[in-house]
Design a binder for this molecule. Structure first.
Ligand code: 8YV
Length: 303
């Protein structure tokens, strides 16, 4: 008998095929009546497969008495209640390591695209404005700026390595100083923002709303904010205001408070580059993530 698995969101064809080969897979998000499907299979679902961006919705726990494992396709645990999981003896797995450089390179890409106005300039070419010799504002040089990293975990460190050829000044803030790291440590997000030109957010989503109006003010009118962490780390209303009134110069955003809803005010702004939560969305990372999710599940069920 194949164990019953509840898959909460669309995943790569590789992962979906792997799941189907070993499990009886139920996909409520594809059902005409998701609730009815969950009610029908809830009693026998032994595993939930979900994204780090989705986790386990709070109302689902009580409906899954047979649940043994939550296999997260991603590294974020902010949307999985680990206390409930522990109280119920439910194992929770993630896919660490394999998406580190993918998220880091998107962060660096957002920084460069934003500084060099690459999205604006791309539009300028496509809209035939180059041929009409319309004016295109100059960009800013990215290299030589002071870089700050909020959260020096695996991804934060990868960003530091990738940013190093561009700058000699890298500083960070994290819950506590990291011993083996030579970069300057600042005791608060605000102090870090004050000291740098480009602030990368790479904290876990449950670190709290670390970037508020005061931090944005400290980053200043030349400052850039790059968020590849979670929308919950930033006061989004304050961010939109700061971008609109020049409190900061620009933002590169891969994550938002209420995905996939991106504040409409951002759509028309030239000083932002927007991505639809794509940090780990490379063929390489997603393939390795699929392999890890399947390995985590089979390890649980086979041993
Ligand atoms: C994914 C993520 O976009 O790792 C995470 O926590 O948010 C991302 O890698 C997501 O989990 C895809 O399903």
């Amino acid at each position: 008998m194949k164990p019953d698995v509840l898959q909460l969101k669309a995943l790569s064809p590789q992962l979906e095929a792997g799941l189907e080969a070993a499990y009886t897979v139920h996909r409520p998000y594809r059902a005409a009546d998701p609730d009815a499907l969950i009610a029908q299979v809830a009693g026998k679902a032994r595993a939930v497969v979900t994204g780090g961006d989705l986790g386990v919705p709070a109302d689902l726990w009580d409906r899954l008495p047979a649940l043994e494992i939550v296999a997260v396709h991603g590294v974020g645990l902010d949307k999985v209640d680990l206390d409930i999981a522990a109280a119920r003896g439910v194992t929770v797995t993630t896919t660490p390591g394999v998406l580190t450089r993918d998220v880091a390179e998107l962060a660096i890409g957002l920084w460069l695209a934003l500084s060099r106005r690459m999205v604006t300039a791309d539009r300028y070419v496509r809209e035939g404005r180059w041929a009409k010799a319309e004016r295109l504002p100059l960009a800013r040089r990215a290299s030589g700026r002071k870089v700050g990293i909020l959260g020096l975990g695996q991804i934060g460190r990868a960003i530091a390595v990738m940013a190093a050829p561009f700058t000699s000044e890298i500083a960070y803030h994290s819950r506590r100083p990291v011993e083996e790291v030579a970069h300057a440590y600042h005791p608060s997000p605000e102090a870090l923002a004050e000291a740098v030109d480009v602030l990368f957010l790479v904290t876990p989503g449950d670190a709290g709303q670390l970037v508020d109006a005061a931090v944005l003010k400290a980053l200043g009118p030349d400052g850039l904010l790059i968020n590849v962490a979670r929308g919950s780390v930033v006061d989004e209303t304050a961010l939109v205001a700061a971008l609109a009134n020049g409190t900061i110069a620009g933002a590169g955003l891969d994550v938002f408070e209420d995905e996939p809803n991106v504040p409409e005010a951002l759509w028309a702004m030239e000083n932002v580059v927007l991505q639809p939560h794509r940090g780990s969305a490379t063929e390489e990372a997603r393939s390795a993530m699929a392999t890890l999710v399947l390995a985590n599940l089979s390890r649980h069920f086979e041993t």
